[in-house]
Design a protein around this ligand. Structure first.
Ligand code: NAD
Length: 504
């Protein structure tokens, strides 16, 4: 949408119908490259949340009884449609998030890969069976759906993160209500339109717009069985606590502060290229972005010099222009918050090597831009180190040796991702074994697991037990039932037995 166009008011999807919200309160969806408002998101009222959950509950019995191969066929059709519409979806992501178009495309494809994985749901749902667990007794286990599941998603991956949840949840036979990010809801809307086109029955997946209050109403709803939530640590913890208090199953993914450790023997060209992409890609608005470089020993000076040159050469501008490396931030408010962290870094005594504040992109003066920023000599007690900035601000910490680097990383409150760059198998193995972070890269800067492994943050980056996607995702969206059975002939039936049964 271009400047001057009237913003559209978004609708909720309830029982297969896009429905006007009765809400009076709305919040704007921007085009961050232009600084214009493209849509208004209604802050849905409690009765609308209730209607969405009831629609999912009504659709559940028939969907649960739909043969698993038929559910898989919907997913196969969906993965084809998402592939066919990938460019369109990426353009919506860029228009509302700001990230560059190739990055947006990558996130759509990553989402599609989860659908690929979910297409194997007939096999993924298989239980176990054992003959002769006792005399004439056999045992089987089934994975059965839970009922209505809810998904709460963040602004930074509006195509991919809903796909962490929906394909597996519905593949397992559940129905779903999505509460997308209020900042990037249009991509999620389009994803659900395509799901309906793929043959997903009305009411199986619903969407209700809003914010914190909407989340709380969904989590509290008595017909909701499970909650998947992705966002900042504060939101994740609040949702985890509320859901647990309500007796609901919950997986809540939080924020991050990801460290990349550079050993003195690392290949510097590869390391610097990796750091630059991981720190400034998506303007640092990724939960797996690298925001801290830990330079070990005398690698600090050459790394600083190369990072400064590379960061200073990046092109920042609208994400639709393929010549750019980095787009704008999500809102003016967030851009100002990131800039205020840079101010605090300077006043706190860190060495500002590259300053992205005050960047103006010609022709996009109202866009929410902030250029790549690099600090050196950052100390662990500075706010630029302790807080998740979620912007293009990279902090370099200098440490004398590997053990100090490992201790620094392990002292973190969050533990989403980390990476070690080295040529030493010994240090790589030590890091892999001893680091207290859930996703680890060895010479890989953003070690996001593929769909068939769980996305597995630790500490304040995750609250719950079963992570999203992979086999964890299937376990999260199902309940195990174990059946013990025997078919004795009449003459084998004995009288009551008051001792605890034994297997022999
Ligand atoms: P956010 O926490 O502001 O919002 C995330 C979602 O939670 C939104 O749908 C929002 O409406 C809702 N929400 C906000 N406050 C809430 C509250 N108090 N209680 C319940 N729900 C609430 O996050 P954001 O700004 O949209 O996204 C960026 C954050 O998400 C960053 O911290 C980033 O690290 C994190 N994130 C984490 C992962 C991960 O896998 N761990 C992935 C993507 C983003």
């Amino acid at each position: 949408m271009t400047a001057g166009t009237t913003p559209v008011r978004l609708k909720n999807l309830i029982a297969g119908r896009w429905t006007d919200s009765v809400a009076e309160t709305t919040t704007p969806v921007f085009n961050p490259a232009h600084g214009t408002v493209q849509a208004e998101v209604p802050w849905s009222e409690p009765e609308e949340v209730d209607a969405a959950v009831r629609a999912a509950a009504e659709a559940y019995p028939a969907w649960r009884e739909t043969p698993v191969a038929a559910r898989a066929r919907v997913l196969f059709a969906y993965r084809e449609l998402v592939g066919r519409h990938a460019k369109e979806l990426a353009e919506i992501v860029t228009s509302e998030h700001g990230k560059i178009i190739t990055d947006a495309m990558g996130s759509v494809i990553r989402g599609q890969e989860i659908i690929d994985f979910a297409c194997g749901i007939p096999t993924l749902l298989q239980g176990d069976s054992s003959e002769l667990t006792g005399p004439g007794i056999d045992c089987v286990s089934h994975r059965q759906p839970l009922g209505v599941c809810v998904g709460i998603t963040p602004f930074n991956f509006p195509a991919m993160v809903p796909m962490w949840m929906i394909p597996l949840a519905i593949g397992c036979g559940n129905t779903f209500v999505l509460k997308p990010s209020e900042k990037t809801p249009r991509t999620s809307e389009r994803m659900l339109e395509l799901l309906a086109e793929a043959g997903c029955p009305d009411g199986v997946v619903n969407l209700v717009h809003g914010g914190k209050e909407t989340v709380e109403a969904l989590v509290r709803h008595p017909q909701v069985r499970a909650v998947s939530s992705v966002g900042s640590t504060a939101a994740a913890l609040a949702t985890y606590r509320l859901a647990a208090n309500e007796g609901k199953r919950v997986q809540a993914l939080g924020g991050a502060k990801n460290h990349l450790v550079v050993m003195p023997d690392a290949d510097l060209d590869m390391t610097v290229d990796s750091i630059i992409g991981a720190a400034y890609g998506s303007a640092g608005e990724r939960c797996m972005a690298i925001s801290v470089v830990v330079a070990v020993g005398d690698v600090a000076e050459p790394i600083r010099e190369r990072l400064a040159a590379a960061a200073g050469a990046l092109r920042t501008g609208p994400g639709m222009d393929p010549a750019n490396d980095m787009g704008p931030l999500i809102t003016a408010e967030h851009r100002d918050r990131v800039a205020s962290f840079v101010d605090q870094g300077v006043s706190g005594g860190a060495d500002l090597v590259v300053d992205g504040r005050g960047l103006v992109v010609p022709g996009h003066e109202d866009g929410f831009f902030l250029g790549p920023t690099l600090f050196d000599h950052v100390k662990p007690d500075m706010t630029i180190y302790t807080e998740e900035i979620f912007g293009p601000v990279l902090c370099m910490v200098r440490v004398p040796d590997f053990e100090s680097a490992l201790a620094l990383v392990n002292a973190g409150k969050v533990g989403n991702g980390t990476a070690l760059f080295t040529r030493s198998g010994h240090f790589a193995r030590e890091y892999e074994r001893r680091v207290e972070v859930g996703m680890v890269g060895i010479n890989v800067p953003i070690p996001v697991p593929m769909a068939y492994y769980p996305f597995s943050g630790w500490k304040g980056s995750f609250f719950g037990d079963l992570h999203v996607h992979g086999r964890d995702g299937v376990a999260f969206y199902t309940e195990t039932k174990v059946v013990t059975k025997r078919w004795p002939r009449p003459e084998e039936v004995k009288g009551p037995d008051f001792s605890f049964p034994q297997s022999t």
